[in-house]
Write a protein that binds this ligand. Sequence first.
Ligand code: ADP
Ligand code: ADP
Length: 226
Amino acid sequence: MSVLHIVEVTKTFPGGTNAVDSFSLDVADGELVCLLGPSGSGKSTLLRMVGGFEQPTGGRITIDGEDVTHLPPERRPTGMVFQSHALWTHMNVFKNLAFGLKLRHMPANLIKEKVEAVLELVGLAGYGDRMTTQLSGGQQQRVALARSLVLEPKILLLDEPFASLDQHLRERLREEVRDIQQRLKITTLFVTHGQDEALSMADRIVVMANGKTEQIDRPDVVYRNP
Ligand code: ADP
Ligand code: ADP
């Protein structure tokens, strides 16, 4: 069953750039879809619209039947991880993760339970007391992922989350994220310009060019007909 419907979505920026051009896509429950394409093809803009950070100029985006393009931040059913981690450097890891739960008025004992569980999930059990600036780049991205996951979003949105990491670490984190995604069965949209990344992670790949879909297929089919 599809949870995410993107229907003829267009984004024209002031000045006339058509970043996304009548783009449609249905994403099934638990699926990981990669948006693959060169820089400027509209991947990020599309993801930001699904996340509610940018308003479409046309079309509709629904998650479980609800239009998500005009929801206030605390009601959005999505969690987003950006290329550069955007963690709060004045808080320790625990507080970075607890922040969103506190806003939801969750009791402290439950917050502690959830934060510890998600830290364990991303391989950072025991790191709650660290300041984020004391962590390596890979660890910071794990915290950013954990901070999204702890809020239990229906859909996870990843915008080139490994782009600032070296090749070796990138490959490790791919595997980790794919493993976590499959364990949680969380529906995921993953933006990348790396074909290897898309081929190794995706259930389906959407190849984008000029704000449009060029091809949608399973990785093995995309690989045979690039
Ligand atoms: P990608 O993520 O595939 O690199 P983007 O979605 O970032 O592509 O950009 C698609 C197009 O939209 C590009 O031409 C880019 O310059 C333009 N664009 C992106 N954001 C803005 C903005 N805030 N204002 C004007 N143009 C933008
Ligand atoms: P605030 O700055 O919002 O007052 P507190 O110091 O009260 O934050 O901490 C918020 C909650 O998070 C408290 O219950 C605190 O005990 C807990 N906390 C902070 N760091 C950790 C940690 N590393 N492990 C477990 N709980 C922590």
